[in-house]
Design a protein around this ligand. Structure first.
Ligand code: ATP
Ligand code: FE
Length: 329
């Protein structure tokens, strides 16, 4: 079995995965969303302190599995450096005390492999990664052969939901609350500009849309609940339309056999629905992670670690460091 640790942002999570079967033996996550919500975003210092509290609490529950462990895995990049360090320090201490090899896992590969938790992997695959820090289209041939086909030039899809929510004091994270309010809103009420509509390139940008929403909010002054719902619905429609316009271009050029959406924002119902339609049109098989595995968790880190264990992709204790920005490969 492999013990995996995730602490790249505001979720403290530990999982135990059986190497031979990919079976999840243990999995727990303590989220800090409530504590950060009042600030409208993640406060790194506070997040690190909360990991110090939560990670050992979870670890205590897995002590019975220690004799069965073959390796310790940990997210080391990308993420907030102060929070990544909490997981990495714990992983190093465990590796030393239990005399086990260490596996460094890329968090973005984790999001991609959230598709394969307790399952065999299906590759090759084209993936739309939409999370708090990333908006990318990635061609996945294997765990070690991935190619970024498109990225965002500025804000990410999820981040734009967080920022728009903050503008209206809706708390953090913004994605779920905006989605919820949108159900009661008029998505045609505001005609926000779809980013990069005229550009032939397949790339993303969310700062212009975010600013257009900001200008509208300032123009409206005091917002009624109805107005907030209309702004949410119109923003969400435009944010999803931007992704869909670019995906349609991609599919037109070369429709993939297998497609997937991963990352925290892949929980978005509107986005899922539109991508389902597009895949249906091109007879592309669509893979989605279970909702509980869309946001950050250690089960997805453990799933990647199983693959790395099988090819002895270990890292020396003194070579394991954290990196705040890193690509998927
Ligand atoms: P990264 O993985 O890029 O390092 P992260 O780990 O912070 O970033 P995730 O936890 O994967 O990001 O996803 C969180 C993001 O997903 C937040 O920005 C949140 O607002 C967004 N999100 C969650 N649910 C939804 C939803 N239903 N609609 C839109 N966005 C959503
Ligand atoms: Fe993430």
């Amino acid at each position: 079995m492999i013990l995996s640790i995730e602490s790249s942002c505001d979720d403290s999570s530990i999982a135990i995965t059986e190497i031979a079967t990919n079976r999840l033996i243990y999995h727990k996550k303590i989220s800090q969303e409530l504590q950060h919500s009042v600030y409208g975003g993640v406060v790194p210092e506070l997040a690190a302190r909360l990991h110090v509290e939560a990670l050992p609490k979870i670890l205590e529950e897995c002590k019975e599995y220690f004799p069965k462990l073959k390796a310790i895995a940990v997210t080391n990049a990308p993420g907030l450096s102060v929070t990544l360090m909490e997981g990495v320090t714990m992983a190093k201490a465990l590796a030393i005390s239990l005399n086990l090899p260490l596996i460094a896992v890329n968090h973005l590969k984790g999001h991609i492999y959230s598709l394969f938790i307790e399952k065999d992997s299906i590759l090759p695959l084209t993936v739309l990664l939409v999370s708090g820090g990333h908006t990318q289209i990635i061609e996945v041939n294997s765990l070690s052969a991935m190619k970024i086909l498109a990225s965002t030039m500025d804000d990410s899809f999820g981040e734009s939901f967080d920022k728009v929510a903050k503008m209206m004091d809706l708390g953090y994270p913004g994605g779920p609350v905006i989605q919820e309010l949108s159900f009661n809103g008029d998505s045609q009420k505001f005609d926000f500009p779809v980013p990069l509509r005229q550009s032939p390139k397949i790339e993303f940008s969310y700062s212009g849309l975010k600013n257009a929403v900001r200008v509208e909010i300032e123009k409206q002054g005091i917002l009624s609940d109805e107005m907030k719902a209309d702004i949410c619905a119109s923003f969400q429609r435009t944010a999803v339309e931007h992704i869909m316009q670019k995906l349609k271009k991609l599919f037109k050029q070369h429709a993939p056999k297998n497609f997937a959406i991963v990352g925290g924002a892949s929980a978005n119902v509107c986005l899922r629905g539109e991508v389902e339609k597009l895949c249906g049109k091109y007879a592309t098989a669509l893979m989605l992670s279970e909702l509980k595995y869309c946001s950050d968790n250690a089960a997805m880190i453990g799933r990647v670690a199983v693959e790395q264990y099988k090819v002895s992709d270990f890292i020396k204790i003194d070579e394991l460091d954290v990196q705040t920005r890193v690509k998927v490969f």
